[in-house]
Write a protein that binds this ligand. Structure first.
Ligand SMILES: C[S@@+](CC[C@H](N)C(=O)[O-])C[C@H]1O[C@@H](n2cnc3c(N)ncnc32)[C@H](O)[C@@H]1O
Ligand SMILES: [Mg+2]
Length: 322
């Protein structure tokens, strides 16, 4: 949405702003905040998320725009500023028209007072999390925790992060930072390197991988027990962890990848199998890069093609049969 207007980076210019006078006072058309919200609205139109959270929701403007979408069933706003939440929460109450013509699917709207860098289990399992003009307000400690909490812990289906583009600042009069509370402003390159650095990728990858490995291991145990047949009362099996529902294409991709297998008490899951699961597939890694990233975090088979775990882990809650 932003770019230079001095001709240096014309490739990133678009029609959304105009230079209106020679003193380089620029006006965005539509205003930038509307462009940001429109981006999110377009995404919601395209992907129809059910559970959406807006972190740093401020005066709840974006939430107000999103609550009209019929696909959304849970809309959550989080902000560290409790006063803002209290004075703007009422804007999210149902309009009169909503009583006259109710929605097909119920919508729950909730505001939480809290910080985006605190792990909050109420925000797990969301389809979309937005952080609009939020990260530049985080101090360095919080900024360092942000990717691990949002990508690693919350791990939503989609995430939108917007922050001012430093490359535009020369176009504004007497500009150092655009807001007194901004802790930094980044160029596009800094944004990419700071938020998509290898460390974060590794963190997200290993986290997702461990969840998937555990899920497959428990499923394998369950299958083996079923094969052995029911003899006497069975200890209750743990629930399957993910309960994920796959699309046909995802299912086909998983089934066409190499299958997990047992070698004695060792359970081996080919990396290509793991890469077929949606959350890992979305990281767009090839097998070699994945192997390099996980090598010091998991046990690999001798040829490096599979993750190896003990089929019966010592901390399994359900006891082994005699
Ligand atoms: C510039 S405002 C953006 C508000 C809104 N997202 C928008 O686009 O209009 C930044 C918001 O982030 C909130 N904020 C700052 N640090 C936060 C944190 N650690 N966790 C959650 N919210 C935070 C502030 O209180 C403020 O409401
Ligand atoms: Mg800001």
């Amino acid at each position: 949405m932003e770019g230079w207007s001095d001709g240096t980076y014309n490739s990133v210019l678009d029609d959304n702003f105009k230079e209106v006078c020679p003193e380089k006072v620029i006006k965005f058309k539509p205003p930038l905040y509307k462009q940001r919200y429109q981006f999110v609205k377009d995404l919601v139109d395209r992907h129809e998320p059910k559970k959406v959270a807006d972190m740093g929701c401020g005066d709840t403007k974006l939430l107000r725009l999103l609550k009209v979408y019929p696909c959304i069933q849970l809309l959550v706003g989080v902000d560290i500023n409790e006063e803002k939440l209290q004075s703007n929460g009422h804007y999210l109450s149902p309009y009169l028209g909503e009583f006259v013509k109710p929605r097909d699917l119920d919508l729950t709207v909730t505001l939480y007072h809290g910080s985006v860098v605190e792990r909050d289990s109420r925000l797990l399992g969301f389809d979309l999390i937005t952080c609009i003009e939020l990260i530049e307000h985080l101090d360095s400690d919080d900024l360092a925790r942000f990717p691990e909490v949002v990508f690693g812990y919350l791990s939503p289906g989609m995430i939108v992060i917007s922050t001012p583009n430093l490359e535009f600042n020369p176009l504004f009069p007497t500009m150092t930072l655009r807001d007194a509370d901004h802790k930094f402003e980044w160029s596009r390159m800094e944004f990419q390197t700071c938020l998509q650095q290898e460390r974060v990728l590794k963190f997200v990858l290993v986290g997702e991988l461990l969840v998937q490995v555990e899920h497959l291991r428990l499923r394998q145990q369950r299958m083996l027990r079923e094969e052995e047949g029911a003899r006497g009362p069975q200890p209750q099996a743990p629930p399957l962890l993910l309960g994920a529902v796959f699309t046909e294409a995802e299912q086909a991709r998983i089934e066409s990848s190499p299958k997990p297998f047992c070698e004695g008490d060792k359970f081996c899951i080919p990396l290509r199998r793991l890469l077929a699961y949606p959350k890992l597939h979305r990281l767009r890694l090839d097998e070699d890069r994945m192997r390099r990233l996980i090598a010091d975090s998991v046990c690999l088979s001798r040829d490096g093609s599979a993750v190896v775990v003990d089929l019966h882990s010592s901390w399994d809650r359900w006891p082994e049969e005699n």
